[in-house]
Design a protein around this ligand. Sequence first.
Ligand SMILES: Cc1ncc(COP(=O)(O)O)c(C=O)c1O
Length: 299
Amino acid sequence: MNNDLLHSDTPIHRVKWSGLNSDSNEILIKRDDLIHPFISGNKWRKLKYNVEKVKTHGLKGITTFGGAFSNHLLATACACSIFGIKSIAYVRGEELSTNSNFILRLCTEYGMELNFISRADYKDFSDDESFGRKDFLTVPEGGQNEEGIRGCEEILNSSVKKYRVKHVFCSVGTATTFCGIIRSMPESIHVHGIAGLRNASYLQEAVQSNTKGKSNWTLHTEFAGKGFGKYDQSQLKAMKSFTSETGILLDPIYTGKTLIAISEMYKKGQLDKQSTVLMIHTGGLTGILSETWLKMGND
Ligand SMILES: Cc1ncc(COP(=O)(O)O)c(C=O)c1O
């Protein structure tokens, strides 16, 4: 299930950043942000086996769910157009329209049908496993299903051992990506999930049941700051310094918080200063194009 427009075989880059607080100031980054501008990072990993299912079952396309700024919606719209299938989305917020923001606008550009619904309907529809259009595969919000986890198992493989990696870090929303990484990593490598949402310890149970038999992981809920989609000047400052020193952009909602978690953990002695850390760049760069990011400035 591949296509020349998607570059799934992404490199691992070794970069130096002064904010790391490690002995070498070096970190390895798995560049899944390079897969595609909009189907980047974990998005394609989570969609791959869903798209394959649509194709092998002769279905018409994908029905899915998301909020006004959902990277998952945009990735789904874009992936479906690449693979010649239809996409339908139920978007949270009946006050929205296709021109409310550039993500929704881009979704329609890629041919997605957008249905704007109330928050109550959104909850009912997205909680109902039988919801969906005839001949369409329903993919839950954020691409959170077994196919999604399976795709994320392909982000890394045991070849990371050659880099002597001890710790792998990934950003957590639904924890689909985190589960895939845990499944694919040997017990000798510890996988850290950094939750972007506050009070995310409820995810613990789902991670446990989806990664049976594995104990090489920690879900960190202490780095969410003021909560999902919220960030402060110190975070933006750290991200700016990382980007200007490495040439790699991060998003403020997920990967920016994960980078800061790594830096803080070195600082607090929770990571051995000599140990090699690999961070997965899960993409999501559309997050920097939000009004909030613009208004916060970067001085
Ligand atoms: C850039 C980025 N990183 C990480 C995540 C979290 O992924 P997951 O929902 O699989 O935990 C998301 C959301 O999908 C995201 O957009």
